[in-house]
Design a binder for this molecule. Structure first.
Ligand SMILES: [Zn+2]
Length: 312
């Protein structure tokens, strides 16, 4: 775990989840996300204190446990403020909603684990996309829904953009080769939003992996992956399949890690793809012999993916 500066006042702690920070003139700082839990959070506090920095507030990009899992500890230790978008704030303050959403009812214990359910913390104020004036500094909050319901990115005045989990790095795409999403249409729209950032942004910090500058090529890689998953699903749905059968085939085809948590996470993503394709009138569902079956309507002729222009 190490701390790096990326701009005059902006830096990040490199860890499994990247933790951003912005330093105010009085040496207090805003943290962008809080990592996976208490032990990590204490290490982040130690690192900040070594630099003479005091934690003033946390901005959470989204409510996944590896991004807001340190909130409760840091708030208890420093009484820092916490900022998040409306829907993510709801999940941060009601952490059981994450496993409940995945299970679609009161979740079994196996889903109420620290990877899916962060400790509860208190959001001081809800923020939304657009200019955010905080402590005399003008930040820009970027709406990046899709990976989660109401994800926000943050652009600092010195041109560093923290984009949560809206993009995966090339390495992650190669190693994992799948996405986590709740809304595919919004995920694609967020790629287009990120493209617009290019003129104001020097460097981009993803939630996981190395910071980068080549935004267009990263977006292209991520969109290609969404296109590849879509093509796979459409190919499978030539015959009517249940979600369970589609899930089994998807796990085998993409060689995905598999356990109880992954089952629900991948099922949730597949559901997002199915509703996207149904909204696009490419797939329909029907009830048949105690199952809901999903089937492709048309083979080709749809243009659902906007172009990503390679002009970095
Ligand atoms: Zn996430």
């Amino acid at each position: 775990m190490q701390l790096y500066m990326l701009g005059q006042d902006t830096g990040y702690i490199q860890d499994e989840t990247n933790i951003g920070f912005y330093i105010f003139p009085d040496k207090s700082c805003l943290l962008i996300d809080s990592g996976a839990g208490g032990n990590k959070a204490q290490e982040y506090l130690d690192l900040l204190q070594e630099q003479g920095l005091a934690l003033r507030a946390i901005l959470n990009t989204h409510a996944h446990a590896d991004h807001c899992g340190g909130n409760a500890y840091l708030q208890e230790q420093t009484n820092c403020a916490i900022y998040a978008s409306s829907l993510e704030a709801f999940y941060i303050q009601n952490p059981f909603m994450a496993p409940l959403t995945l299970f679609s009812a009161h979740p079994p214990l196996v889903l109420a684990n620290r990877y899916l359910m962060p400790e509860k913390s208190c959001v001081s104020q809800v923020v939304s996309a657009g200019e955010w004036h905080y402590e005399g500094v003008c930040f820009y909050l970027i709406a990046l829904p899709g990976h989660s319901l109401d994800q926000l990115g943050l652009l600092t005045p010195d041109g560093v953009a923290f984009i949560g989990d809206s993009l995966m790095t090339d390495t992650m795409v190669k190693q994992f080769g799948f996405v986590y999403a709740v809304n595919i249409e919004q995920m694609l729209a967020s790629f287009q939003t990120l493209l617009q950032l290019k003129k104001d942004t020097q460097i981009i910090v993803p939630g996981h992996g190395e910071p980068f500058r080549d935004l267009s090529s990263k977006i292209q890689i991520n969109q290609s992956l969404v296109e590849e998953i879509t093509a796979f699903i459409l190919e499978q749905l030539e015959e009517g399949l249940s979600r369970e059968t589609l899930l089994e085939r998807t796990i085998r085809h993409f060689q995905l890690p598999f356990n109880s948590s992954q089952y629900y996470l991948i099922m949730s993503t597949l559901s997002a793809f199915l509703s996207f394709l149904m909204d696009e009138r490419m797939v329909r569902s029907r009830a048949s012999n105690g199952q809901i079956l999903y089937q492709r309507i048309a083979k080709t002729g749809f243009k659902i993916f906007p172009p990503v222009l390679p002009n970095d």
